[in-house]
Design a protein around this ligand. Sequence first.
Ligand code: HPA
Length: 270
Amino acid sequence: MVTPKEFDVAVRYLRRKFDPAPAVAIVLGTGIPRPPLTVGGEAAFGEVPYLVAPTVEGHAGRFLFGELADVPVAIAEGRLHLFEGLPADVVTLPVRLLGRLGARAIVITGAAGSLRAEFAPGEVVVLRDHLYLGALSPLAGPAYEELGPRFVASAGAYDPSLRTLAAEQAEALGFNLREAVYAAVGGPQFETEAEAKALAKLGGDVVGMSLAAEALVARQMGLPLLALCAVTNVAGRPEDSHEAVLAGAEAPGAKIASLIESLLPRLASR
Ligand code: HPA
């Protein structure tokens, strides 16, 4: 776990790259394209003290600072994952850093597999809840009050007013944004048929390897969160593959990018 002092060193490093505090932070996951940002500064994950570069195809692993729809934003292009063998607190460090830079809301995005026939590949969903049952918590470790409370209510992590805002905006863009429960798994293996069935029985609608740990950290920081997923494949099939996920993210990923761009003024003015 990075100590509060180390955390401050990393925050100061990023502040030197770009001065204005971002109003909104964004994390772009697997296959989600970057909205048209006017870039004012950037930093690769690997150059930021105590952070590491990602090892997954489709994850650039850098912070971009600038303006999008006239709103100052900070974007993490790509993310770190538990399946890279990294501790949960390192995986979620980009979100902690984005929060500390001053963002008033965070939008996290990623790919997910469908656990139910109602959620077809190609669709975009907004998360309303998650199942984080197996993996080690990113909040585990020494109780550094500077980073937030140790004991956190997971319930309520997915801000209801941001979900409503996103659904309204999606409708204005001409698509239906349904709410889904995200079952978090560690990966990197895709689920067996039995696992996919079990996760659906437990209440999961979609399954993925990333978003829930970040949601917990945002919750700990009291950072209002909007989580958008591209449904890229049907989970629990022999043909599941990273390539299929990347290909499946193309159409819904483009929708997510345009939704974020058109939402930004409303997110920033809350
Ligand atoms: N399982 C787990 N994570 C995923 C999947 C999946 O089927 N698709 C995209 N991310």
